[in-house]
Design a protein around this ligand. Sequence first.
Ligand SMILES: CC(C)(COP(=O)(O)OP(=O)(O)OC[C@H]1O[C@@H](n2cnc3c(N)ncnc32)[C@H](O)[C@@H]1OP(=O)(O)O)[C@@H](O)C(=O)NCCC(=O)NCCS
Length: 139
Amino acid sequence: MNVRPERDFNVDELLDLYASVGWTSYTGSPDVLTKAIANSSFVVAARDQGGTLIGLARGLSDDASVFYLQDIIVRPEHQRHGIGRQLLTACLERYRHVRQKVLLTDDDESQRLFYESFGYVRTVDFEDAPLNAYVRFDS
Ligand SMILES: CC(C)(COP(=O)(O)OP(=O)(O)OC[C@H]1O[C@@H](n2cnc3c(N)ncnc32)[C@H](O)[C@@H]1OP(=O)(O)O)[C@@H](O)C(=O)NCCC(=O)NCCS
């Protein structure tokens, strides 16, 4: 298994990876997924020895003040083997000079444990100052 930044993906392997975790908002729009990957600031991929895409993380950043982690995915059969940790570590190392790191994710206990193990704190639990996160979804 290797984890490294990548730019060129086959759309079918992306669709297969995103479908493996049920992310239909992406798999229903292959053009959006392709453009989202191409226009991300940073994309890191995990591949097995045969070259199959088994994980991916991508984010957006101004490379100065903020890094948004947008997607992190590991194929279900490869989860809990440290691949997600390697993918997120690669992102955090790439943007180690950036102070503010944010993300939006499902209200799920395993996600909370995963992100908290990297030092992310839910805004409701943030103690230094009152914080809220806002989001708007347009269809
Ligand atoms: C979230 C995700 C990327 C984690 O990837 P992973 O390869 O399974 O994670 P790792 O094996 O590197 O786990 C790192 C640590 O996170 C925590 N963690 C991860 N998954 C967990 C779970 N299901 N339950 C409890 N803790 C968990 C643990 O502390 C773990 O360390 P440990 O295994 O030594 O205890 C993966 O579960 C996934 O792809 N989920 C579906 C897609 C998704 O929801 N992505 C996040 C939204 S953007």
